[in-house]
Design a protein around this ligand. Sequence first.
Ligand SMILES: [Fe+2]
Length: 505
Amino acid sequence: MAKGYTAKDAKKADAGNSEAKRGALKNGTEHTHTDCVSHLKVDDPDLQIKVREDAMRKLESDLSKREVGLIEREIKILSLQQEIDRLRPLSGLYRVVKAMTTERKLESMLEVITSETTKMLKCDRCSVFVVDHSSKELWTQMAVGLDGTRTIRVALAGNSIVSLCARTGRVINIPDAYEDPRFDPDIDKSTGYRTKNILCVPMHNRNGSVIGVFEVMNKDQNTFTDEDEEWLQALAAVAGGLIEQAQQYSEIEHFVDKTLETLAQTIDKRDPLTAGHSIRVTKYSLLIGENMSISEDERDVLRYSAMMHDYGKIGVPEAILWKNGRLTPEEYACVQTHAKITYDLLSNLPFTNRLAQVPFVASCHHEKLDGTGYYRGLKGHEIPFLARVITVSDVFDALTSVRHYRNRMSITKVYEIMESGRENHFDPEVVDAFYSLPCDRVLKVMESERGQQVPAELENFQNISWLRLVELCQGGRPKAHEEGLKDLFYRIYNANLPPDYQELD
Ligand SMILES: [Fe+2]
């Protein structure tokens, strides 16, 4: 709009234009709106004024059209922004609900909830604190926006706003932290963070007890509104339910884990020489599984199956299991029954759908790729993949442990056996995944044998693979960072062996 643009201004503009016109005439580029004026007779002032007025009106109209256009564009952008702002919480809520239906693990769900909350409420930080009754603390189960450490612990009885919220069970909305006596500025001093405003909402379980606090901080250019409180309360109710559910789930999982571990140890502990076998096989299997990027569900099946793989040995007489010397064919057949007994016993356990494969996987650990294993004589891909992982771990642990019928085998011999079993006994991909494991992680599991302390020097092996260690032991030329590793390995591997120890084939 040509606001305040008058005829007086027009005259001024015209004077300026005349000056410009003179310059333009010289250059031959004259093209202003007063073109027509220059062709008028000088002695016809009325007409001249009329034309000038027409030109002014045209100019005003052009200008106002442009300005109206600009304002309209501004309005469009503004309403679009308002629309986006209005929809932001809804799209955030959609992603939260989606995460709840697709994510099984609490960590992943909370990650989505907290990151969406920071976007929805346009704030800097979002943390979910959970009450830990044993330590009487609140700790950040999930936090977005923290520099460095993602875990903060505060005393339940402490001065922090989070503690106050948890104790009172009330929403606390502080528009200006440094003006509020409840805020302790020492917290900022210790973290280097400048708190401006805070909104804390308690999370309750189904019994109404506070199980944690949802905290958001530093709303962008503003303070937290009543609407923000409502949003956070809704999300806190969702997160509270999820946390309670996850806590119950993890208690059950822990109980099942410990129960199966204890059952597995009842077999291992019958004989001091096999003590810890099931745990080590589980650890090797999980390392291989991780290296082969198995899913979370597969990981759980692998863990339980590896833990319980030899449970059927409970049905094999100790006189045969502990026999010092070669087994007769009948005795060997008796030992072989343990795989079927494992299956029969585990099949009686009410595994959930997700773990339904455990009895089958556990009972397949003596199957061989070429079909000559037991007890079903399965071939190739008839053997479940996770059982093929356990097979490699089981044989490796047996060869690198002391047994009644032989001592700990030399590592080069172990390698030869694994290589000779490639394609016919072992899945070559699993063998390769094992070979490429970081050597220190393999040695940590290996050296936990017989409950001995894991030597601190194992960290020297973190930059080489297991296969590289074998190559060094076979006489491979060490690179600069591998100097002395072979001798160090032999010292660790052969430590605490009986004085009359001799390598046996
Ligand atoms: Fe076995």
